[in-house]
Design a binder for this molecule. Structure first.
Ligand SMILES: *Cc1c(COP(=O)(O)O)cnc(C)c1O
Length: 371
């Protein structure tokens, strides 16, 4: 059996940038709390994506949580959320004692369907906030979604956890809404071992989230708290890894694009295969190369035959409105997300893959069509 091929695993720079920043933190004993790496990582990421300010946090999930809190979402408020996503998008709605309403995807973007969103607003006109996700590095149709949110005066939060390096009409995803969040979890396009970032042009709100994230300590000599606090700040060590990783982000995007083009060229002609959608306005980071199947070969056939050869792949996210925990909440749409889930598969998209790894994956998959 060949060496394990991962879906998407951590890929540190060849130059050792991450270690240099971590070493600086050790040398100056800025292990914790906070420190220069945290400040610099915030500035460097904000400038990379074109946002005025950023707060480095312990995870993408924490960033979504504080974005909802900054949006004023609280007990009993309704929040619109895509149904086709990872549960981390929806969980913080519950942390705030708010109520998610799940919105279907469309086939053109795989992301939140603007028509379904409009329909949802007709049903619930007084919604505080909308979370939109850019799945697998494909951007949602932001012009339409921003317009609808403006019309109904709702705060827009972009879950760009999977789309660092993705642009919509030349503007970075995560910067269209009132807040954007990024994740540096282990399988994301760049990783800090775990961490997240909240970005916004509203510097005051970002400053406030830094306050909440450090246990809401009032400016007093003694420990005084006039608000509920959280322990959500990123450490100076972790931020050092992030600074190093940010230097190689463009290379990682290039490699993910290369992987996607390779699969599309080699597998695109097989009967029943359709790759993730491309739109003229979309410059994806292709975090995970994904496709749907409509012929005899099923997603499970591909996942099983790859696993036998020690190669990781996985299904498309299972819609939230079909999850035991979330199924009691309302859903607006048809069966697009369910179809994508039932027919979709994410192929190994690890940036350390060589051409011979890619050839190996392609040959195994092609074999299923020869049977
Ligand atoms: C990874 C991910 C998150 C959560 O990020 P963490 O840093 O792991 O908390 C949120 N939303 C989506 C869509 C993700 O893929």
């Amino acid at each position: 059996m060949g060496e394990r091929i991962f879906l998407s695993s951590p890929h540190m720079s060849d130059e050792g940038y991450e270690m240099q920043y971590v070493k600086e933190a050790f040398d100056t004993n800025w292990i914790a709390p906070l420190g220069e790496n945290v400040n610099q990582f915030e500035q460097e990421l904000a400038s990379k994506v074109g946002s005025k300010s950023a707060a480095a946090l312990s995870s993408g999930t924490a960033a979504i949580h504080l974005a909802l809190k900054a949006a004023g979402v609280g007990k009993g408020d309704i929040v619109f959320c895509p149904t086709l996503t990872f549960s981390a998008t929806a969980n913080p709605i519950i942390y705030q004692n708010a109520i998610p309403v799940f919105i279907d995807s469309d086939y053109e973007t795989w992301n939140m369907c603007p028509k379904a969103l409009e329909e949802a607003f007709e049903k619930y006109p007084n919604v505080k906030a909308v979370i939109v996700v850019h799945l697998y590095g494909l951007s949602a149709d932001m012009d339409k979604i921003v317009e609808i949110c403006k019309k109904y005066n709702a705060v827009l939060i972009e879950d760009a956890a999977e789309s660092l390096g993705t642009y919509y009409k030349g503007k970075h995803t995560g910067t269209f809404g009132d807040f954007g969040i990024f994740s540096f979890n282990g399988n994301k396009i760049i990783t800090t071992s775990g961490g997240g970032m909240l970005v916004s042009d509203n510097e005051e709100k970002i400053e406030k989230t830094r306050f909440w994230a450090t246990q809401s300590r009032d400016a007093a000599r003694h420990y005084q708290h006039s608000e509920l606090g959280f322990n959500y700040r990123m450490s100076n060590i972790v931020a050092g890894i992030g600074r190093g990783q940010l230097k190689v982000l463009d290379n990682r995007v290039k490699k993910k694009n290369y992987i996607f083009e390779y699969y599309k060229r080699e597998l695109g002609g097989l009967e029943g295969i359709e790759f993730m959608p491309s739109n003229e306005w979309n410059e994806p980071n292709y975090w995970l190369s994904s496709m749907t199947l409509s012929g005899k070969v099923r997603p499970l056939d591909i996942m099983e035959v790859l696993e036998k050869e020690n190669i990781e792949s996985r299904p498309i996210w299972k819609p939230m409105h079909k999850q035991p925990f979330f199924k009691k909440y309302d859903f607006v749409g048809t069966n697009v997300s369910e179809n994508l889930f039932e027919n979709g598969v994410c192929l190994p998209s690890d940036t350390k893959m060589t051409d011979s790894d890619l050839a190996r994956v392609v040959e195994i998959i092609k074999g299923l069509w020869l049977k």
